[in-house]
Design a protein around this ligand. Sequence first.
Ligand SMILES: Cc1cc2nc3c(=O)[nH]c(=O)nc-3n(C[C@H](O)[C@H](O)[C@H](O)COP(=O)(O)OP(=O)(O)OC[C@H]3O[C@@H](n4cnc5c(N)ncnc54)[C@H](O)[C@@H]3O)c2cc1C
Length: 381
Amino acid sequence: MDFRPTEEQELLRRTVREFAETEMRPHVMEWDEAQHFPMELLPKLAALGLMGIQFDESVGGSGMSAVDYCICIEELARVCPSIALSVAAHNGLCTAHIAMFGNDAQKQKFLPRLVAGEVLGAWGLTEASAGSDAAGMRTVAAKQADGSWVLNGSKTFITHGKIGGVMVAMAVSDRTKSRRGISAFVLEHGTPGMSAGKKENKLGMRASDTSEVLFQDCRLPADALLGEEGQGFINTLQVLDAGRIGIAALSVGLAQGAYEAARTYAKERKQFGQPIAGFQAIQWKLADNATRIEAARLLTYHAAYLKDRGVRMTKESAMAKLFASEIAVKAADDCVQIHGGYGFVKDYPAEKYFRDVKLLTIGEGTSEIQRLVIARQLLAQ
Ligand SMILES: Cc1cc2nc3c(=O)[nH]c(=O)nc-3n(C[C@H](O)[C@H](O)[C@H](O)COP(=O)(O)OP(=O)(O)OC[C@H]3O[C@@H](n4cnc5c(N)ncnc54)[C@H](O)[C@@H]3O)c2cc1C
């Protein structure tokens, strides 16, 4: 395996970095404080191909590889983890689920608008009483005599639950069959019977909308069924295998941003008559973080490399997500520590990395669940 970037990948990184620095950096705190997702960014993200990174050019996608995807998410997260989270959820969950398991008609109907950034995609698995144990969901899809469906229930913590335009939602279609009794559905926000509930007021990732979605006698036509009936949960696990590569890349990018902020500050801040970067205690923090970030990046690119070759990467994506998210927490913590008191106030980026990073050991499967996934794979060998 050779993870040295190609010339195209170097250009891609430079392009996304420049975009993030000019279009995002100046507004990051304003979006965070207002808990505002900047919809005006969507056409600009789409123009760079970031709303349809890995999707087929026949539906308007950018046709990039999984490694390219990691580079894009990293560079967005280095500047604004919230926007990176929204882009990753849009690409890696909703749009990916439709691209992987939708029929031709569904792909033609939904993908062009999603990859063009006309609408944001939402993906609903989690419920108030079913998080890590997602198969314990209670939202039901009742099949009608004419093949149509009626959804009742609610989804919790849904990225773009309020501001999304298209949603993939999982629901129990056959109570007798446990995991094999769950089906996926694709629907438009605004479908009668579907509404957004509470918008969460969050610790971090505040510019990314996280809301409840409610279904009350929500009638869906037969062709809203996404993938085979009863296969929704099984398909979800495959979506998550790839989705976790995105969260790993987000973690690498956030850690890189925090590390760079700490390094810059350490060279500027003087105590005891010299820049604090002159103290070995600070140098070791920088050296350890730079090393851990590089290791996390390689694990992440390895999982992406396997995905690009069509190799199953359940273990590798879980390892990448687990390791990258945990080292990112450490990088953000050290960033605050190196800033001292200035790390605790909003004039510097450290406190925001510190708040945003915690989601990464929780979303798309907590660290505990990643360990469980890894251990299962190891023990099955
Ligand atoms: C900002 C944000 C965005 C999100 N976006 C989405 C989205 O777009 N779509 C979506 O469907 N969901 C989304 N989620 C939900 C997210 O995936 C869940 O929060 C996550 O899977 C954990 O579920 P939970 O919150 O119910 O925690 P719980 O499952 O209740 O876990 C609580 C604690 O118990 C531990 N635990 C649980 N089971 C075990 C076990 N078997 N062994 C050991 N420890 C265990 C967990 O690791 C955790 O530490 C989002 C969440 C957040 C905060």
